[in-house]
Write a protein that binds this ligand. Structure first.
Ligand code: CA2
Length: 147
C-alpha cells in the first residue's frame, strides 16, 4: 500500500484560484490517484486533513503499513519541522508533490522542510503530478525489492 496524504486547504481544490490549482476537485484528484494505482496494481490510502497533528499521526501510522508515501503537505511543507521529523522517523520512501510550481510563486513557497525527507519533489504539473509521483515511487520501491 502507498499512502497519499494531503495537507491543509486541499479540500478547497476546484472551488477557488483555478488559475493556480486548476479546476479539479479533491474527489477528482483522488480519482487520478486511484486510476494510476490501478494501472500499477498497487493499493492506495488517500487522505486529506487541515490539521497538522493529524498529518503527523497519519505519517507515523504508515510505519509497518505502507511501502511508501506520496505527500502534498501544502503550506505545512513550508513551515513544519514536525512533519519533516515524522517523515524522517518512518524511514519510508517519500515523494513530495505540489500541484503548482512553487518556484514560480512567492519566495516563501520556494523552500519546504519536508522535501529534506523526500526522494524527490514533483511540482507544477497540476493534479497529474500525483500520478507521476505514484509511478516514480512505485519504480523506486520495485528497484529496492530487486536489490
Ligand atoms: O501547489 C500546491 O500543491 C501547494 O502545496 C498548495 C498549497 C500551497 O500553500 C503550497 O504553497 C503549494 C495550498 C493548498 C491549496 O489551497 C487552495 C486554496 C484555495 C483554493 C484551492 C486550493
Amino acid at each position: 500500500m502507498i499512502a497519499v496524504l494531503n495537507g491543509p486547504n486541499l479540500n478547497m481544490l476546484g472551488m477557488r484560484q483555478p488559475e493556480i490549482y486548476g479546476h479539479a476537485t479533491l474527489d477528482d484528484l483522488e480519482q487520478v490517484c486511484i486510476q494510476a494505482a490501478e494501472q500499477l496494481d498497487v493499493a492506495i490510502d488517500f487522505r486529506q486533513t487541515n490539521v497538522e497533528g493529524e498529518l503527523v499521526s497519519w505519517i507515523q501510522e504508515c510505519r509497518g503499513r505502507a511501502r511508501g508515501i506520496v505527500i502534498n503537505p501544502a503550506a505545512y511543507g513550508h513551515t513544519s519541522i514536525a512533519l519533516l521529523d515524522a517523515l524522517l522517523a518512518t524511514g519510508l520512501p517519500t515523494v513530495e508533490v505540489h500541484i503548482s510550481n512553487i518556484h514560480r510563486r512567492d519566495a516563501f513557497r520556494h523552500h519546504t522542510y519536508t522535501s529534506q525527507a523526500a526522494i524527490g519533489v514533483i511540482c507544477g504539473f497540476g493534479v497529474r503530478g500525483y500520478a507521476m509521483a505514484l509511478r516514480a515511487l512505485y519504480d523506486m520501491i520495485e528497484d529496492e525489492d530487486e536489490r
